[in-house]
Design a protein around this ligand. Structure first.
Ligand code: PAF
Length: 282
């Protein structure tokens, strides 16, 4: 696996990969890789002949009081994991390569970026959309893979690609979970052993709320109960627990069509997000 840090070298390496006519799948990441990322790489291998992954901890998607400085960085271990899964190229630019002096362009995707994490983290999705558009232009993949754990991010990227006619197919990959249900996330590394146990309440609250809705209970009551359960389990703040339309992410007051139940809550200093599908009874 080649580790590349300069754009011209990346373009040469991508051109060489393309000589055999094989398609290229791309897995963008911020590193601190775990089994969830490896599921993306394995799906990428099913989708294309060659896999390129990127590691870039993108400063523009972090708010002023967020964890940019402490975000886990372990490139050597990440590179070993990607190589063992058969990745051809690791694209690992530094911040000056991604945002050279004078960089002044930002992409805002309205609608799907509003509310949920867009409200809790102002500017976050503009940072994501801008860096993802840049990464797509740099790597020029045929297909790109993103985890459903960041469900709103996936919706923003699908909108970005459709609106800017970007020639890449977006594939969403189901969330990978630990056996107790907690969604895999690089930020789980911040959790103390006690917080890690308490964090199980997040997927449990979602599953119970989804079940209550499917049993015909009121959506509003199920969401309120989930928020109470999270607080009782030790979550310090609950940013949101909401039912949204699975495609448009517009609020859903009743489970009349395919929905997505999304939550974000903070335990100790760690903000966790999760979401599950909720389908109405046939
Ligand atoms: O999901 C992530 O890891 C990041 O938001 C992404 C898509 C790599 C953009 O920085």
């Amino acid at each position: 696996m080649q580790i590349i840090r300069e754009i011209n070298a990346l373009r040469r390496a991508v051109a060489e990969l393309r000589i055999d006519g094989g398609r290229i799948a791309f897995v963008p990441t911020m590193g601190a890789l775990h089994a969830g990322h490896m599921a993306l790489v394995r799906e990428a291998k099913r989708q294309a002949a060659h896999v390129i992954a990127s590691i870039f901890v993108n400063p523009t998607q972090f708010g002023a009081n967020e964890d940019l400085g402490s975000y886990p960085r372990r490139e050597a271990e990440d590179a070993a994991m990607l190589e063992s899964e058969g990745c051809a190229i690791l694209w690992a630019p530094d911040a000056a390569t991604m945002y050279p002096a004078g960089h002044a362009t930002s992409i805002t995707v309205s609608g799907v970026s509003d509310g949920l994490d867009g409200a809790a983290r102002p500017g976050h999705f503009a940072g994501v959309a801008t860096v993802v558009a840049k990464l797509f232009n740099q790597v020029q993949p045929d297909v790109a893979l993103f985890g459903e754990k960041d469900y709103q991010q996936l919706a923003v990227i699908r909108r970005l690609v459709a609106d800017l006619d970007l020639p890449v197919r977006i594939v969403g990959v189901p969330t990978q979970r630990d056996p107790d249900g907690l969604a895999l996330s690089s930020r789980n590394a911040y959790l103390s052993p006690e917080e890690r146990i308490a964090a199980r309440a997040l997927p449990r609250a979602l599953v119970e709320a989804a079940q209550a809705m499917r049993d015909g209970g009121s959506v509003e009551e199920a969401l309120a109960r989930a928020r109470e359960d999270l607080t009782a389990a030790g979550f310090a703040t609950v940013d949101y627990v909401e039912l949204r339309d699975a495609e448009t992410l517009q609020p859903l007051a009743e489970l009349t069509r395919a929905g997505r139940l999304l939550a974000a809550a903070k335990i100790g200093r760690t903000r966790l997000i999760d979401n599950i599908e909720v389908l109405p009874l046939p």
